[in-house]
Design a protein around this ligand. Structure first.
Ligand code: FES
Ligand code: FES
Length: 198
């Protein structure tokens, strides 16, 4: 018997459930952009090198171009469309705006999602490759510019807005990270079907 190469999956994205029929080889990135019209997540290299497609899976950074959509089932996916709290921008978004952390803006959704994940990792005490003292008892390293550069090194910016990006991430860290409630779900048909799971 030939195994099926396609099927129905349900993805939870920004607190809503989307049900869609996909070829099992479809990436999360293509599902977001081509099937669900969530085009805030950008495609740059499509091979895991640039970070433009960064989203959060259960709060952790993931490059959506290397993530199969079927493997994202059962996880809470957050894209750039879901990081603000209603009309209020996420502190990382606000800092990027205030400090001009972009030029053309193409890499910016990925930079912002990555920064949110990076700041959460730092707050949880995760060391980076430039952390001097990685002993658990040393506690979280101070968030120096080198720490920010290293933690954001997976996100490339062809406009070279790196100086402002580092400043924006530092500013957002000072502002503190919000604890964002998971939004409620609602019924709404679309290219994929968005349905209530409440
Ligand atoms: S498009 Fe995914 S890392 Fe470049
Ligand atoms: S702002 Fe243009 S690629 Fe980063």
């Amino acid at each position: 018997m030939v195994p099926s190469m396609a099927g129905v999956i349900t993805l939870r994205i920004n607190g809503e459930a989307y049900t869609l029929f996909v070829d099992h080889r479809t990436t999360l990135l293509d599902s977001l952009r081509e099937r669900l019209d969530l085009t805030g997540t950008k495609k740059g290299c499509d091979q895991g090198q640039c970070g433009a497609c960064t989203v959060l899976l259960d709060g952790r950074r993931t490059v959506a171009c290397l993530q199969l959509a079927v493997a994202a089932e059962g996880h809470e996916i957050t894209t750039i469309e879901g990081v603000a709290d209603g009309e209020r921008l996420h502190p990382v978004q606000q800092a990027f705006l205030d400090l001009d952390g972009f030029q053309c803006g193409y890499c910016t959704p990925g930079q912002i999602c990555s920064a949110i994940g990076a700041l959460a990792e730092h707050a949880a005490g995760w060391p980076s490759a430039v952390t001097d003292d990685v002993r658990p008892e040393a506690g979280p390293p101070s968030l120096t510019d080198d720490e920010i550069r290293e933690r954001m090194s997976g996100n490339l910016c062809r406009c070279g807005a790196y100086v402002s990006i580092v400043e924006a991430v530092a500013r957002a860290a000072e502002a503190g990270m919000p604890t964002k409630p998971v939004p409620s779900t609602r019924l709404s048909p679309g290219a994929g079907t968005k349905e209530s799971v409440a």
